[in-house]
Design a protein around this ligand. Sequence first.
Ligand code: SF4
Length: 97
Amino acid sequence: MKVSKKKEKKEKKEKRELTPIEKAHETMRKRRESGEVIKKLNPIERAKKKPTSLRLAINAKCYDCMCFQKKEITLCPSKDCPLYFVRPYQKSTEDDE
Ligand code: SF4
């Protein structure tokens, strides 16, 4: 009885549609398994690959501004900067303090 429930659960899990992030992970896994070497790009390289993306442009600008240190973007003290509130790598607990 217990085994059949587990089997049912597994079948249900296999049948359900993958979320977009799960599809992306699945695609990357297949690419890695096929032997493809996937190079991790820095924010500037990513922005150059997709020049119309505002998010990637902001990430690249902050990365450049803080001398290529992601940790420094988190600690950015320039509250007057127009990108301050949309900068990447912000602490999620910043509001809790
Ligand atoms: S928010 Fe901070 S890191 Fe980003 S561009 Fe402005 S000053 Fe630089």
